[in-house]
Design a protein around this ligand. Structure first.
Ligand code: ADP
Ligand code: ADP
Length: 230
């Protein structure tokens, strides 16, 4: 069951930068794929083509058997949770509101959206009674990342795109977030593209690892143990 398919995808930015080159890759339902490689090798560009923040210059991107170029953007993004570095939280809204905004936009009743937010805050290790009415600025970096993950999960999207979600926190916190996220993923079985420049993180989290080199070239795509055997 293939959820995401990149078919000969290339991306050249208007200034001529070749960010991704002839990329073909399939992601199965429930898989966590770690995209790893040095800064600037095109990882974020790949995520941004999947949720159609940008369009490929060649090839096509498929989600659930549909070419995303022809998809309705609103509907497409409804099925995708997006987590970026530093959480991407709304600074002037409290934690509970940050998490419940998407369900509210989808038409959930306030009470249900709030209950959902509280459930997710528990799931990511932030008891809502303690953290729900804080503002992002009153949280540590790691706590903000947890809220970012909770927010991306709020509408229960089948697909998660995570762009260096734990990149901004110190190594100890980072390791804890990785462990917790792996536990959450084991439970929820989302289809995940997880961008990192850290091979250890990729090995710890990925069911399979896609290794990119500068210029957006896919060098290897394999399970962690196969990769380490090389
Ligand atoms: P990564 O996520 O692996 O760090 P990116 O996908 O952000 O890599 O970037 C890939 C390449 O494309 C880099 O050389 C970057 O400078 C370039 N790039 C990214 N966004 C743009 C843009 N909007 N315009 C021009 N070049 C860009
Ligand atoms: P990320 O790590 O998510 O790629 P960046 O800080 O690299 O974030 O990029 C932030 C924004 O700047 C993005 O919208 C990206 O498209 C744009 N950008 C990145 N690199 C370049 C570049 N070389 N030229 C123009 N825009 C760029």
């Amino acid at each position: 069951d293939i959820v995401i398919r990149l078919d000969g995808v290339g991306k050249r930015y208007p200034d001529g930068t070749e960010a991704v080159r002839d990329l073909t890759m399939e992601v199965h339902r429930g898989e966590l794929i770690a995209l790893v490689g040095p800064s600037g090798c095109g990882k974020s560009t790949i995520l941004r083509m999947v949720n159609r923040l940008i369009e490929p210059t060649s090839g096509s991107v498929w989600l659930d058997g549909r070419d995303v170029t022809h998809a309705d953007v609103v509907q497409l993004r409804r099925g995708i949770g997006y987590v970026i570095q530093a959480g991407g939280l709304l600074p002037h809204q409290d934690v509970r509101t940050n998490v419940s905004t998407v369900p509210r936009l989808l038409g959930w009743e306030a009470k249900n959206a709030r209950r959902r937010a509280d459930e997710l805050l528990d799931l990511v290790g932030l008891p809502p009674g303690q953290f729900g009415s804080r503002y992002p600025g009153e949280l540590s970096g790691g706590q903000q990342q947890r809220v970012g993950v909770a927010r991306a999960l709020a509408a229960d999207p089948p697909v998660l795109l995570m762009d260096e979600p734990f990149g901004a926190v110190d190594p100890l916190v980072r390791e804890r977030l990785q462990t917790e996220f792996r536990r959450i993923q084991n439970e929820l079985q989302k289809t995940v593209l997880f961008v990192t420049h850290d091979l250890d993180e990729a090995v710890r989290l990925g069911d399979r690892i896609a290794v990119f080199s500068t210029g957006g070239v896919l060098e290897q795509f394999a399970a962690p143990d196969e990769l380490l055997a090389d």
